[in-house]
Design a protein. Sequence first.
Length: 153
Amino acid sequence: MPTTIHGADGLRAAVGQDLGATAWQTMEFARIQTFADATDDHQWIHVDRDRIAKESPYGAPIAHGYLTLSLVAGKFFELIELQGFQMVINYGCNKVRFPNPLKEGNRYRLSMTLSEVADRKEWLEATFVATIEIEGQGKPACVAECVYRFLPQ
């Protein structure tokens, strides 16, 4: 169930809150291959099953780092229901790390906390700590400070 944020005051009040986690999903090879095709990044550690079997320390195809990061945008609205805003835009990231590879067959989910909110003229700028967790793993696949801008109504 998503966390509902009501307008600017609700966004400010949510600073420091754990916003929950999405349901677990499985990383599938088809998704890795589609991302490789979309970005022209066909590095063997992602898509060459024969070479992976022989040479990769991971033992399976791994999702691209930027694929892993991109999961945040789609999952964001599974965690947050916004009310009282004209729009929200993805403004960028301050810091992104990939501490653990997300392998084909791994189950992953997004968890988030809101770390700060700042006024930027008519916009509110909110920084979220987004974590792509891997089920059963001590280290996540991705931790990123994601910045969104909110235009109140």
